[in-house]
Design a protein around this ligand. Structure first.
Ligand code: HEC
Length: 200
């Protein structure tokens, strides 16, 4: 059936493609000239130019390595964290005073139960962490500001986490209000006094 076609390959060329026919054939197979679309060529050459530029910049001119770029970005993250700490670790009396009331203490108790209880135990009587119902203080000095600072920055070498990285500052102020309400309540079965006696 296709014998005829084979003997006359020109039959396979559509009439409107005749002008594309190249003047050679291989065993009767003919070739049409369909050039690549110009957008394709454009991206192809741009790709080559980019590759050359990339090679020159990174391999010859000593452009930064992935590790160096990572270090640079990481330094930015650390600086941003430091900045965040600087802004939020500063104790603000007005903010504390706005939550140092019955409602704030109640909310602070929730924060305490959810986060501090495992170490400071019920009512702050102490377990892994010190008793906060006596007059003795290890790192804080029994004032809202010092309690806030310890809660925000932690005392990580001794196992007290830095809550500034976990809780919002609002939650920390509430927890401080609750801890202040425990002061000198001498919870029954509390942990033995630790640190310095501070009466205030
Ligand atoms: C993983 C255990 C752990 C958790 C959870 C924990 N603490 Fe502590 N906390 C400690 C330890 C341990 C210390 C003593 C640190 C030291 O000796 O430097 C401490 C000390 C403190 C102090 C200083 C007490 C003092 O005597 O000077 C305050 C205030 C405090 N924690 C508040 C909190 C608050 C608020 C939370 C919850 C948001 C909390 N802690 C959660 C372990 C913990």
């Amino acid at each position: 059936m296709s014998d005829n076609k084979k003997s006359d390959p020109k039959l396979d060329v559509l009439p409107d493609e005749k002008h594309l026919l190249l003047d050679h054939d291989y065993d009767g197979i003919q070739e049409l000239n369909h050039p690549l679309p110009s957008w394709w060529n454009f991206f192809f050459y741009v790709g080559i130019l980019f590759g050359v530029g990339y090679f020159i910049y990174y391999s010859i001119m000593g452009g930064p390595s992935l590790r160096e770029e990572f270090k640079k970005d990481y330094a930015k993250v650390v600086a941003a964290q430091e900045e965040f700490k600087k802004i939020h670790s500063a104790f603000k009396v007005e903010k504390y005073e706005s939550v140092a009331n019955a409602e704030g203490i109640k909310k602070g108790e929730e924060v305490f139960v959810n986060n501090c209880l495992p170490c400071h135990a019920e009512g702050g009587k102490g377990d892994i962490g010190p008793n906060m119902t006596d007059e003795y203080w290890l790192v804080a000095k029994g004032t809202p500001e010092t309690i806030y600072n310890v809660a925000f920055n932690g005392s990580e070498a001794n196992g007290m986490p830095a809550w500034g990285e976990v809780l919002t500052t609002d939650e920390i102020y509430l927890a401080v209000a609750y801890v202040m309400s425990l002061k000198n309540t001498h919870a029954k079965g509390g942990k033995e006094p630790q640190g310095e006696k501070i009466e205030n």
